[in-house]
Design a protein around this ligand. Structure first.
Ligand code: NAP
Length: 343
């Protein structure tokens, strides 16, 4: 805007100096014939000087104005969020990596000049507002929002700790919506921006002891479908990402909850002893840097895809989601040993 007003100003000055549009007009205003010839020459020169000046001013302000793309990512203390920040920084984005505990971002902010750390807890609306205000104050825009923060809970569907389930819904679903609420108006006024919501293959296929987590990711999926349509008139693009197994700390951090002396206690040992806590710890999990590089390449396009699926077993899970329910039950029961336990 400033560059435009400078250009307008330069043009005005040019018009003032070349007020007489023809040499005869100049004569009418009391100039001698020779003067009027000179005037025509001077007029051409001044036009050329001022058009050069205008070009230089525009060039200068384009150089100094913020053309760098600005990204905001939630949940960057570890795993996918951390590596997405690194991948975006390598592509010269200005990255606002956020986390509940800002010191957990030290490794990112100290090693990459274009990664800035901010505190943002998706369950704390005030912290979301403060972080977004800070970015707008510094950069004037958010070009890409990646809603990555999330947690998992491994627990029986019918014997869970509701406080923990509520926390997971707050983090994975409500928190994501709260961040969109805060960022979307800034994108809408600029008629551009990209929102990338990290769901999961668990959003289209529910597995034993992960039904609540699957429910949060299915909610993210349906919410993203609606957001995508509503964002279009404002020029904002929306992508749903459904990772399969990707190496991260989600397994170490997750809450496993099976009641002692409960209905599912006999299942507990069998279930947890025979397989890694989550797909993120499994042998087929995709390395986090590989996943992040590929996803960032998909995001760093003029027009982004509506959805993106990658990571270990993601294709298989996607295909299995189209199987008839009886076949899904049979396959998943035997995979997790649920068909071998009787109570
Ligand atoms: N890894 C996989 O195989 C996989 C598969 C499908 C989907 N996903 C999804 O990918 C996303 C990233 O998970 P990840 O696998 O990279 O796990 P991760 O290493 O545990 O990372 C999760 C991130 O979310 C943050 N977080 C949790 N609660 C938060 C809150 N209230 N506010 C802000 N940040 C919060 C964590 O921060 P703290 O350090 O503060 O806890 C952490 O930085 C999640 O949405 C997850 O559901 C992962």
């Amino acid at each position: 805007m400033f560059a435009n007003s400078m250009a307008e100003q330069a043009q005005k000055e040019c018009t003032n100096l070349c007020y007489f549009s023809t040499s005869s007009e100049a004569l009418n205003h009391g100039f001698e014939r020779e003067d009027s010839k000179l005037f025509t020459i001077h007029k051409k020169q001044s036009i050329s000087y001022f058009s050069t000046l205008t070009t230089l001013i525009l060039f200068f302000f384009n150089m100094t104005s913020n053309n760098t793309q600005v990204a905001l990512i939630t949940g960057c203390s570890s795993g996918i969020g951390k590596f997405l920040a690194i991948s975006l920084s390598k592509r010269n984005f200005t990255v606002y990596a956020t986390a509940r505990n800002v010191t957990s971002l030290d490794a990112l902010t100290k090693n990459y000049n274009n990664i800035k750390g901010l505190r943002l807890d998706v369950c704390d609306e005030e912290s979301i507002k403060l972080a977004v205000d800070e970015i707008i104050k510094n950069e004037g825009k958010v070009d890409i929002l990646i809603n990555n923060a999330g947690m998992a809970l491994t627990t029986p569907a019918a014997e869970s700790d509701i406080v923990k389930v509520k926390k997971m819904f707050d983090t994975n679903v409500i928190g994501l919506m709260a961040v969109v609420n805060e960022v979307f108006p800034h994108m809408a006024t600029k008629k551009s921006g990209k929102i990338v919501n990290i769901g999961s293959v668990a959003g289209f296929l529910s597995t034993p002891f992960l039904s609540q987590y699957s429910a949060t990711k299915a909610a993210v999926q349906r919410y993203t479908d609606g957001l995508r349509i509503e964002s279009k008139p404002f020029g904002v693009q929306v992508m749903l990402v459904t990772p399969g197994f990707v190496k991260s700390e989600i397994g170490e951090k997750q809450n496993s909850y099976v009641k002692s002396n409960g209905l599912y206690t006999p299942f507990k040992e069998k279930f947890f002893s025979q397989k890694p806590a989550t797909g993120a710890d499994s042998k087929v999990a995709t390395p986090t840097d590989v996943f992040a590089e590929d996803l960032v390449a998909a995001i760093d396009q003029k027009v982004i895809a509506y959805s993106y699926r990658a990571g270990g077993m993601s294709l298989l899970a996607y295909i299995a989601s189209f199987f008839p329910t009886w076949l899904q039950i049979r396959l998943l029961s035997s995979r997790d040993g649920f068909n071998k336990i009787t109570v």
